[in-house]
Design a protein. Structure first.
Length: 186
């Protein structure tokens, strides 16, 4: 809805976008109004210039680091009471191999790894088998999953997002809207 305007855009879409931007402008008409409008995107290059002007403060939230990826993988399995058989070194290797993976990507890796032990069981036996009888998820299962699940972003895309976030964050931009001055003081 807030993507860059184009000649192919129909009139109704243009009117909706214009109205949305007008509503953002009118959100805090009184000096004592304390309304915060927050937007999020992973594709800022597709945003309309009018939208970008209305959100002068930008915050980059990076992908999880190696330690966080390691913890997320283990927490995901533990939260589902899934048996895991990994050494600390193996877990560190999986965390290192998942650079550029988002939380969503890591959850997909965990789901795919959890399916590996199940795929090797006869379906008729699987129906009668309790979860406790499944073999624990191991290093090979995770390696297989990482090989099948690609990261949804790249180092180049991360660099572009960081660059976008670093522009527009100066207090001089707040002169366009004095009510934003208090945000820059935070």
């Amino acid at each position: 809805m807030l993507c860059e305007r184009s000649e192919n855009e129909n009139g109704a879409a243009r009117r909706v976008k214009t109205e949305f931007l007008l509503q953002i402008d009118g959100c805090a008409n009184q000096a004592d109004d304390r309304i915060l409008v927050l937007g999020a995107t992973n594709r800022p290059q597709e945003l309309d210039d009018g939208v970008i002007r209305r959100f002068p403060q930008r915050i980059f939230i990076d992908l999880p680091d190696s330690r966080t990826r390691r913890n997320l993988i283990m927490r995901t399995f533990h939260s589902h009471n899934t048996a895991v058989q990994l050494t600390s070194r193996e877990l560190d290797e999986i965390a290192a191999a998942t650079e550029n993976y988002s939380f969503s990507d890591l959850l997909a890796v965990c789901r795919a790894a959890a399916m590996v032990p199940i795929k090797n069981i006869d379906p008729s036996k699987l129906q009668k088998m309790s979860a406790e009888k499944l073999r624990p998820i191991n290093y090979r299962d995770l390696v297989t999953a990482v090989g099948n699940i690609r990261p949804s972003t790249s180092s180049e895309n991360r660099r572009k997002l960081k660059e976008f976030a670093s522009t527009g964050n100066t207090p001089s931009n707040s002169s366009q809207n004095p009510r934003l001055d208090s945000l820059y003081a935070i």
